[in-house]
Design a protein around this ligand. Structure first.
Ligand SMILES: *[C@@H]1O[C@H](CO)[C@@H](O)[C@H](O)[C@H]1NC(C)=O
Length: 178
């Protein structure tokens, strides 16, 4: 009996371990790759994906006529390709998202950049729970406060939260793979 419980727990924990260990590769622009007018614009693409530390971005583009330049925000805004953090021009490049925060990519083709071939990626810190909006404050009549159940003080609840966050992450992971 105890073994079955252990097995059940192990199966429940598996999604969490999976999420923690596997770094994923994202194909920028899906089938279109890194182009001037992708079917799905890069803002939309970046917002529906969840990027974590050590994930990689894969850029596919025409070598010679295009490239990927990693830049600072001000150079992103002005399409300045002369102050790159990193430049990739081999036609098939991967870039590792080595820390959390914002990464800015522009086309090394100035005309393309000015016409919107740009990408901003927000990388989440590892295993950070998805922030939830605070619930709106509720007015509770003082008299009903005594009837409210006391707040549980044991820690068993956090484990369940961890499991559901893991499953949600795994689910978004599968969606990202499609
Ligand atoms: C990212 O990869 C480096 C080197 O492989 C490793 O030391 C680090 O722990 C990883 N970070 C995360 C958050 O997985």
């Amino acid at each position: 009996m105890a073994f079955h419980r252990f097995l059940g727990l192990l199966i429940l924990m598996t999604p969490i371990m999976f999420v923690q260990v596997v770094a994923r590769q994202f194909d920028v622009g899906g089938k279109d790759g890194w182009v001037l007018k992708p079917t799905e614009d890069y803002d939309h693409w970046a917002q529906r994906n969840r990027f974590q530390v050590n994930d990689t971005l894969h850029f596919k583009y025409n070598k010679g006529s295009d490239s990927v330049v990693v830049v600072k925000k001000e150079d992103f805004d002005s399409c300045n390709i002369n102050n790159p953090i990193q430049k990739m021009d081999g036609g098939d490049s991967t870039f590792q998202l080595s820390n959390s925060g914002l990464f800015y990519f522009i086309s090394g083709n100035l005309g393309n950049c000015k016409n919107g071939q740009k990408l901003i990626v927000l990388v989440m810190a590892a295993r950070q729970p998805i922030p939830r909006a605070a619930p709106p404050p509720q007015k509770i009549p003082a008299t009903s406060l005594t009837s409210l159940a006391p707040t549980p003080t044991d820690n068993s609840g956090s484990g369940r939260v961890g499991v559901s966050v893991g499953i949600v992450l795994m689910f978004t992971g599968f969606v990202g793979l499609v």
